[in-house]
Design a protein around this ligand. Structure first.
Ligand SMILES: [Zn+2]
Length: 350
């Protein structure tokens, strides 16, 4: 079975519930290492903390590489206020209103997980006159800590310090109608699909035409996840990452989105056509699209100077970097295209 809905959704639920803002990904990478270990798949860890697993194929000289990233948006304690609340510094690109009201966890240096809520300072309508006109920025958004803290010293006394990571609650929900609502579907949905595909390949002894690397990166949201440690033999490099949905966009929550161009420029023409051809051949629902404010680990690799053919596809994610949602149909279509691609012959020059 190429797409096992239940185990994919279960794995995705586990992944989004492990906090992993860029820079704080040890726990999730340990989880992924254990997952691969249980499947009997060897992997190596890069100094930057990414994991690369290799599956040997019939052609050992022209390799493929697929990547998905596990790091997410998050924040760091910027300042401890005299009131006992915290100012935040953002990790990754989002708007403050996308986290206003969200529950969060502060990860202290001594390993505590202290709970809190991200709020506009002037939230209370019974006190402040016009909270709707106040700009949501780092000066007005703060963390209310769920401990008895009313001074900066109180906060320090419980172990919180500047530089502590702050993660946002994912609020994962899988509805009966097939929608998956959660933060961090970007890009844990694709990570779950890559891990599931490795499981399918391993358990069914599927022979791949080309040696294929599976690169689980952990620095994409800050721009340099998959731009190093690319084996010399890699010819084709695919980023499996979210399709962007919005006004004027072709992508949706029910198909696999294939990216023709993003902010970094067009993706490799022949490799992109190869993906479209596979989607047509296997009857996979797909949408070709352009993502206006977007770049990926594979565009980072191209910028870093790697001579590879690059392409990008993935599930359509609604309200990205905020209250994200997709549908199992989109996960299914992405899983089908992933499988069609890794088992196809390397003919993108056609
Ligand atoms: Zn992403």
């Amino acid at each position: 079975m190429i797409f096992d809905e239940k185990s994919t959704v279960d794995l995705l639920r586990q992944l989004v519930n492990i906090p992993s803002p860029s820079g704080y990904t040890n726990q999730i990478m340990e989880f992924i290492g254990a997952y691969l270990h249980n499947l009997g798949i060897a992997y190596k860890k890069t100094h930057k903390g990414a994991i690369i697993a290799k599956v040997d194929g019939q052609n050992g000289s022209a390799h493929r590489l697929l990547t998905a990233h596990t790091d997410t948006l998050g924040a760091m304690v910027k300042e401890i206020k005299a009131s006992g609340r915290l100012k935040l510094s953002m990790i990754g690109g989002f708007k403050w209103n996308a986290v206003e009201g969200e529950y969060c966890t502060i990860h202290t240096a001594d390993g505590q997980k202290i709970r809190g809520t991200i709020l506009l300072h002037e939230t209370t309508v019974h006190v402040y006159n016009q909270p709707d006109t106040i700009k949501r920025d780092e000066n007005h958004i703060e963390v209310r800590i769920d401990e008895k803290c009313s001074s900066a010293q109180d906060v320090r006394n419980i172990g919180i310090e500047v530089g502590d990571f702050v993660s946002f609650d994912p609020r994962f929900e899988a509805t009966d109608s097939g929608f998956i609502k959660s933060r961090h579907l970007d890009d844990k949905a694709s990570t779950a699909l890559l891990l599931q595909m490795l499981k399918t390949i391993k358990e069914n002894n599927i022979a791949l035409p080309n040696t294929t690397h599976f690169y689980i990166s952990n620095n994409e949201e800050i721009g340099y996840g998959g731009n190093s440690n690319i084996p010399e033999e890699v010819v084709e490099y695919i980023a499996v990452d979210m399709g962007a949905i919005g006004d004027g966009q072709n992508s949706d929550e029910f198909t696999v989105s294939i990216c023709a161009k993003d902010s970094s420029g067009p993706y490799h023409y022949n490799l992109t056509r190869h993906l479209v051809k596979l989607a047509k051949q296997y009857g996979i629902d797909y949408k070709l699209d352009i993502y206006p404010n977007y770049s990926s680990d594979v565009s980072a690799a191209i910028r870093a100077g790697f001579d590879v053919k690059h392409a990008l596809f993935g599930p359509g994610i609604e309200a990205s970097h905020a209250y994200e949602r997709t549908h199992v149909d989109s996960l299914n279509a992405t899983a089908q295209l992933l499988y069609a691609y890794v088992t196809s012959s390397m003919d993108s020059e056609e």
